[in-house]
Design a protein around this ligand. Structure first.
Ligand code: SF4
Ligand code: SF4
Length: 423
């Protein structure tokens, strides 16, 4: 798509500011009412979903140009978390996040991107990963696990660890626990010891063609290996394989599951039995790309009926964020004896972002940590001992932020707690 294709959506914005807040009807109280980290941090309309749509129209009408430093600041101090999109669509039939993606794609074309992100895109092209400071090589995390390489021998299930997990030994326990749980359930699982990047983060940063090229390379490997089901514990990668690849027309019929979905099924089939108590009160953080952005991509080709703002031909079904992956992670946690789950005020499709997305952690680490601190403080209000997530990006940023702050909160992935109960 192009930015121009979303001009009518952008023109539909009525400046109501709903994209800054959790919808009134769903509020739990006076605290935690904002949903957009960017407007909450920078406190100027341009830094909201609606504000950026106004900039999109101004760019299309040549009222501002792409070379401005301030424009770059506004466009890239946004996690692409999609909370604005969901809050807007609570009442409106219009796209918000899609045009924000197209503005970023235009910024890439006009070479006005934070230098740190340009460096990451170059690394993807040269080394096949956007992780610059990898502390470990690909597949090292699985060396002693006796797991097959699916690129050499076919397996029923393929497990994708993701760049962040593979390169950071402090996250290895999640991937290793996933394999051990699958082996315990008798699953024929394989990994690739030369696993590639899915390309999803490049898309979020605006490098759309680089992302699509990487997706083609990855799909060629999966196709050659005859893969039918892919399981991943990374919410970003899950979104790439399930939603982006579908958008690119590349997904074919590969089934994509998050570890929480896959293990929830194994628990229901009694192939995994969580029996050991884990006496802990936790709160669950919905990762943006598993929750509100994790629902199926909908192909729609049509247009607004001329002269009408909200009538489409053919009728358009919108992705509103409420069909994301919310139940499986919670069901897995509640299947663990002794474990108690407390919800934060902002949860499911209205969850506050961890702060890491959209390249923000790399381009503005201070803003990323500020966003994470907001979430950690919200988690602490539940009086939980730990914050649990289903994404290494969230986990890693929460852990680093907690280390630098004063909150005494543990951080886990769902799979780690399940493994404690099962293995
Ligand atoms: S983007 Fe949507 S919610 Fe935000 S101001 Fe515009 S119409 Fe209102
Ligand atoms: S994507 Fe997230 S950070 Fe960006 S404008 Fe929307 S709500 Fe704010």
């Amino acid at each position: 798509m192009t930015l121009d294709a979303y001009k009518e959506d952008m023109m539909t914005c009525c400046r109501c500011s709903a994209c800054k807040f959790v919808p009134l009807e769903t509020l739990k109280g006076y605290d935690h009412v904002t949903v957009c980290p960017s407007i909450a941090r920078f406190d100027y309309r341009a830094y909201s979903g609606g504000g950026r749509l106004g900039l999109g129209v101004a760019l299309l009408e040549n009222k501002i140009d792409y070379s401005s430093e301030k424009l770059r600041d506004v466009v890239y101090n946004c996690q692409m978390c999609g909370a604005c999109d969901v809050s807007c669509k609570y009442a409106m039939d219009m796209e918000v996040l899609e045009p924000l993606s197209e503005i970023r794609a235009e910024m890439v074309k006009h070479e006005n991107v934070p230098a740190s992100l340009t460096k990451l895109a170059a690394a993807l092209k040269q080394n096949g990963t956007m992780v610059l400071d990898a502390a470990a090589g690909r597949g090292e995390w699985a060396k002693d696990l006796a797991v097959k390489d699916y690129t050499r021998e076919q397996t029923d299930i393929v497990f994708h660890a993701g760049c962040r997990t593979s390169s950071d030994p402090s996250l290895w326990n999640v991937a290793r626990s996933s394999i051990k749980l699958m082996q315990k359930a008798g699953v024929d699982v394989g990994i690739s010891f030369g696993e590639m990047c899915c390309g999803g983060r490049a898309y979020q940063m605006g490098f759309q063609s680089e992302s699509a090229e990487q997706a083609k390379r990855y799909m060629a490997v999966l196709k050659k290996a005859g893969v039918k089901t892919l399981v991943t514990g990374c919410a970003d990668c899950y979104y790439s394989f399930k939603v982006l690849y579908e958008k690119f027309g590349l997904k074919n019929d590969i089934e994509v599951l998050h570890t929480s979905e896959y293990f929830n099924n194994l628990i229901k089939e009694k192939k995994l039995l969580p029996t050991k108590p884990v006496d802990m009160t936790v709160t669950y953080h919905d990762p943006c790309h598993l929750g509100r952005q994790g629902e199926d991509y909908i192909h729609w080709k049509g247009s607004r009926v001329p002269g009408q703002v909200i009538i489409f031909d053919p009728p358009k079904e919108f992705r509103r964020g409420d069909k994301g992956i919310y139940n499986a992670p919670r069901e897995v946690l509640l299947s663990i004896p002794g474990l108690k789950l407390r919800e934060m005020d902002r949860h499911k499709e209205f969850a506050w972002c961890c702060g890491a997305g959209g390249g923000v952690r790399e381009s503005n680490p201070e803003y990323a940590r500020w966003t994470a601190t907001e979430r950690i403080n919200e988690a602490a209000c539940t009086e939980a001992e730990a914050i649990v997530s289903g994404c290494p990006g969230c986990e890693s940023l929460f852990t680093d932020t907690i280390k630098q702050g004063s909150r005494n909160l543990k951080v886990y992935d769902i799979v780690e707690l399940l493994a404690e109960s099962v293995l």
